[in-house]
Design a protein around this ligand. Structure first.
Ligand SMILES: *Cc1c(COP(=O)(O)O)cnc(C)c1O
Length: 406
């Protein structure tokens, strides 16, 4: 059996042990310590924002962001529907209710038109949301200018869920810095990792300070332990932050490599009919965290789910795209606004047709050639026969001829 090729495994830089060793040698194994402070400073510098708070997970960072914006019982929060469940779970932690917004086809992210519709209706009913969680999926930024304009008109703050888009840019700004608050994830499968962790970033230092206060058990200023509000234990540990510092040093290299991996797939598979890669919006660069594509089901008799199983049988990990949250049993009671400029529900269509390919930066060229070869085999043997009609001179009729696969 050949070695397994994973979707997106961790990739260490080699410097991690240096910072972890420092933590051990100085006995800063207690949660906080110098690596935490330095990682926060270095991350803020990288993203060019005033403040950063590193947390135990990306989910914790979203929870803190919404808590800082005073989301509470009975409130609503608008959330991109096409995302991982962690974008919306914190809304439930706070006793609020998510309303899901569809994708648009240019970025696969939140549709500004659907958002505007949802906000107009909410305003009429006097139920404007406390916040909007906009996700940048698979590394691609949403249409942030349009979304920000609409949100500002209704005075609703945006939390940019940049868990998958660290290192991407939107009009030369770092992804995650386009709105009031941004969040990152350093989970093991993300573009860089601390084994588990996340961050909250903002240009509003008061927001970052408030999030830091809530993340450290909400201790009042008093000579003893006094608390007047609910806090959390959400800070990143000094050991994890050591890993993060070494990973941040190679982030730009990792982005470059992921983009190369994407380019290779595109070059090799683009000539197949009915295969479409995730688009990249003008004036943005995607970190191409995962290479993703859609399969035109009128051209192939294989669904992404079947495709995934076939790849699994040759020990290659692929994955279907996120199942939209408005389709999840957990959120079956929640409202949903579809993209109004299409008869189809964009996020549902993407879910039915989309696939993620192995995109780890430590994948070798031979690995990638193997993935491509297996994919070509599967696509070619599952091409739908297409009949073309050729004029048959002798018989004076059209003869049915089956098109060959390429
Ligand atoms: C990974 C991810 C998160 C959550 O991050 P964790 O660090 O795993 O808690 C949130 N949103 C999106 C879109 C993600 O992909």
């Amino acid at each position: 059996m050949t070695d397994r090729i994973y979707l997106s495994p961790p990739h260490m830089s080699g410097n991690e042990m240096k910072y972890i060793k420092e933590a051990f040698e100085t006995n800063w194994i207690a949660p906080l310590g110098p690596n935490v402070n330095l990682f926060e400073k270095e991350l803020a510098t990288y993203s060019d924002v005033k403040g950063a708070l590193v947390t135990s997970s990306g989910t914790a960072a979203i929870h803190l962001a919404l808590a800082t914006l005073r989301v509470g019982k009975g409130d609503t929060v608008f959330v991109s529907t096409f995302t991982f469940v962690a974008s919306a779970n914190p809304v439930l932690y706070l006793g609020a209710e998510p309303v899901f917004i569809d994708s648009e086809p240019d970025t696969w992210n939140m549709s500004p038109e659907a958002l505007e519709l949802a906000l107009k209706e909410a305003k009429i009913r006097n139920r404007l949301p406390k916040a909007i969680v906009v996700v940048n999926l698979y590394g691609q930024s949403a249409k942030m200018d349009e979304l920000n304009d609409i949100a500002r008109r209704f005075a609703v703050p945006i939390v940019e869920d940049a868990a998958e888009s660290l290192g991407s840019t939107y009009k030369h700004k770092k992804s995650g810095t386009l709105s009031e608050i941004g969040i990152y994830s350093f989970n093991g499968n993300k573009i860089i990792t601390t084994s588990g962790g996340g961050a909250l970033i903002s240009n509003d230092e008061e927001i970052v300070n408030q999030a830091r206060f809530l993340a450290t058990q909400a201790k009042d200023k008093a000579p003893y332990y006094q608390h007047s509000q609910v806090g959390f234990n959400y800070r990143m540990s000094n050991v994890s932050a050591g890993i993060g510092r070494a990973q941040l040093e190679v982030l730009d290299q990792r982005v470059e490599r992921r983009r190369e991996i994407f380019d290779y797939y595109k070059q090799e598979l683009n000539q197949l009919k009915g295969i479409h890669f995730m688009p990249e919006l003008k004036q943005t660069t995607s970190n191409r965290w995962l290479t993703t594509l859609t399969i035109d089901l009128s051209e192939y008799r294989i669904s992404p789910r079947e495709f995934m199983l076939k790849m699994e049988s040759v020990n290659i990990e692929t994955r279907v795209l996120w199942k939209p949250l408005h389709m999840q049993p957990l959120f079956s009671d929640c409202q949903f606004y579809k993209h109004p400029l299409s008869s189809e529900v964009i996020s549902e269509k993407l879910f039915e047709t989309g696939l993620c390919l192995p995109s780890g930066t430590n994948m070798s060229e031979t690995d990638q050639e193997r993935v491509v070869e297996e994919m070509k085999k599967i696509f070619n043997s599952n091409r739908k026969p297409v009949y073309v009609f050729n004029w048959n001179k002798q018989k004076g009729m059209r003869a049915k001829v089956q098109r060959k696969t390429i």
